[in-house]
Design a protein. Structure first.
Length: 342
């Protein structure tokens, strides 16, 4: 709870300072700063699981009856995103292989464009360095989260500061039956995800259930703003505390390279989003959030915070999650052969 309180204070300070995406970036900055002191911080995995369930339920609320028709228009963009994700993996691997001293398995898994939970779960199977992989993914995610509001404000008229302030207030009247059904989607999604153990299932299953309920008109209510803030603070804290236990030398060794990779992929994502927005007559901002190679919960939260077509962003990132799940075993087997630890 102390870590969560630290993150909330950081988010509040960023909000007062009118810094974009305050609840994510403020909590991240506060916990990352504290991680460099002797103060011990912890963020139980269950807390991040709660945030993923909330974010999944919120993203599902963006699927109304019109989304099914729009989804057909998104198919070319989803295909481009898949190709782009593979290209990002290759580019990142080339950079890590050239300028870091990582072993092949660690470099391969550090280069995956997202899917940290999937990557870390199999790292030990290939004797890869889980700590370096986690640091590389976290550092890349940090630079993506820092650059995203800058890019969004540069290419769109979204007022990120106003959106953050609006989230403090409940805009819908509370309806008990609707609230219970929404909670039921979240709870059932959580239980199913725990049962089937699908990677990123805590995000995907509640998203699917919420999307079905909203698309059919069974539920019209959205997740209250305070829960959105809670999810954003947890996600920011989860990234910030990952810097605990690392020496500055460790962060400098792999962190700087991940920052470079993150910046390069952000610029590439922007260029591709710009081209596809013109080709498909789609909005640039949600395409940018769809193409950025970050975590689905983190960029899903950003799309919700600024209301940049969360359904479109969700579809793209869920597709990326399944792409990564499907590709990793084949890529590792092709690149490393039968080198799993016995």
């Amino acid at each position: 709870m102390a870590t969560l309180a630290t993150g909330a204070i950081g988010g509040g300070i960023f909000l007062l300072a009118s810094i974009p995406l305050p609840w994510v970036l403020g909590s991240l900055a506060a916990t990352a700063l504290i991680s460099r002191t002797p103060v011990r911080q912890t963020m139980p995995p269950s807390w991040r699981g709660i945030a993923m369930v909330i974010v999944g339920t919120m993203l599902g609320a963006g699927f109304n009856s019109d989304v099914a028709q729009s989804a057909v228009l998104w198919l070319p963009s989803v295909i481009v995103m898949c190709v782009l994700s593979v290209a990002f993996w290759v580019i990142s691997l080339a950079i890590f292989s050239r300028w870091s001293d990582m072993d092949p398995a660690t470099a391969l898994l550090s280069s995956v464009p997202g899917g940290l939970s999937v990557v870390t779960s199999i790292a030990d199977d290939y004797n890869a360095d889980t700590r370096r992989i986690a640091l590389s993914h976290t550092a890349r995610l940090v630079i993506l989260l820092v650059l995203t509001p800058i890019m969004l404000q540069g290419v769109s008229d979204y007022d990120l500061t106003a959106a953050a302030r609006q989230s403090l207030f409940v805009e819908e009247a509370l309806d008990l039956s609707q609230s219970l059904m929404l909670f039921g989607c979240a709870l059932l999604g959580f239980l199913i995800a725990k049962l089937i153990r699908l990677p990123s299932g805590l995000l995907v299953i509640p998203l699917v259930l919420s999307a079905l309920a909203h698309a059919t008109g069974l539920i019209t209510m959205h997740v209250p703003g305070p829960l959105s803030i809670l999810a954003q603070v947890i996600i920011g804290c989860s990234a910030g505390v990952k810097f605990s236990g690392y020496r500055f030398a460790d962060i400098a060794r792999d962190g700087w390279l991940s920052f470079v990779v993150g910046a390069l992929l952000s610029i590439t994502s922007m260029a591709c989003a710009w081209g596809m927005a013109a080709a498909l007559d789609l909005s640039l901002a949600p395409l940018l959030l769809s193409y950025l190679p970050g975590g689905a919960p983190e960029l899903g939260v950003v799309s919700l915070a600024v209301q940049a077509d969360p359904a479109m962003v969700a579809v793209h990132h869920v597709a990326r999650v399944f792409l990564i799940i499907g590709l990793i075993p084949f890529v590792m087997r092709f690149a490393l052969g039968d080198k799993k630890s016995r």
